[in-house]
Design a protein around this ligand. Structure first.
Ligand SMILES: [Zn+2]
Length: 228
């Protein structure tokens, strides 16, 4: 894959012994030019960056080398861990609002190629650890939004998708969500966590209610992990 180099000064060393095992997908909410400017600006308060920015036409910009920490996740939680920047790769996908704007096919094709390369270089990134920003920061973030084609990615071998014929979910919903990876409902309202789950796996209705279909989808994911 070809990259346009657009180095950002906003990065830090990975702590010693770090294994990169999470891939976080974002949307920019801003057009390409502004996104690149912000993600490479070292004068802002609250400096931010990402490893890659993916334009709508599929052009991939490389901002931070994968060996370095980029600053994209913020306060976050996944599978009992926080401060996920240290162990993750972050991709910012140019899209003004992933609940309202479709992702162009050329952009998704490029994203699949980019993700495949990242997964090959970092085999510790399990399918379950390919997440959206809203999965890891459900109280603050909705990106990459309800229009993001998670299933298309899963079909291409990137991320996990529920088994269609999953068994029903036994037991309580919130503990099962936590087993999958979501934050415990302490600092984050439980409903916001359910909404994050639905945004990813059942975007047609994001209401925060653990209805039977939502429960079945979660069971189908845990089933894939052999955990239920
Ligand atoms: Zn984000």
């Amino acid at each position: 894959m070809d990259f346009v180099e657009r180095p950002s000064p906003n990065h830090a060393p990975r702590p010693d012994g770090t294994v990169v095992d999470i891939l976080v997908l974002h949307y920019t909410e801003l057009p390409l030019r502004e996104s690149l400017d912000i993600l490479t600006d070292e004068t802002r308060e609250g400096r931010v960056s990402a490893h890659y920015v993916l334009a709508e036409d599929g052009t991939a910009y490389r901002l931070v080398p994968e060996e370095r920490v980029a600053w994209h996740a913020g306060r976050s939680h996944w599978r009992g861990r926080e401060t996920l920047n240290a162990t993750s790769i972050g991709i910012e996908i140019v899209n003004l609002h992933g609940d309202r704007h479709d992702y162009p096919p050329a952009q998704i094709a490029a994203l699949i190629e980019l993700c495949r390369g990242i997964l090959a270089r970092h085999p510790a990134i399990e399918p379950r650890n390919v997440v959206g920003h809203s999965d890891i920061a459900p109280q603050r973030k909705i990106d990459p939004g309800r229009r993001f084609p998670w299933k298309t990615l899963a079909d291409a071998g990137i991320g996990l998708w529920p088994k269609a014929d999953g068994r029903p979910l036994f037991g309580e919903f919130q503990p099962a969500l936590q087993r999958y990876g979501y934050a415990p409902p302490i600092a984050v309202p439980p409903r916001e966590i359910v909404k994050a789950f639905q945004r990813h796996f059942r975007p047609a209705r994001v209401d925060g209610m653990p209805d039977p279909e939502t429960r079945r989808l979660l069971a189908g994911l845990l089933d894939r992990r052999g955990e239920e």
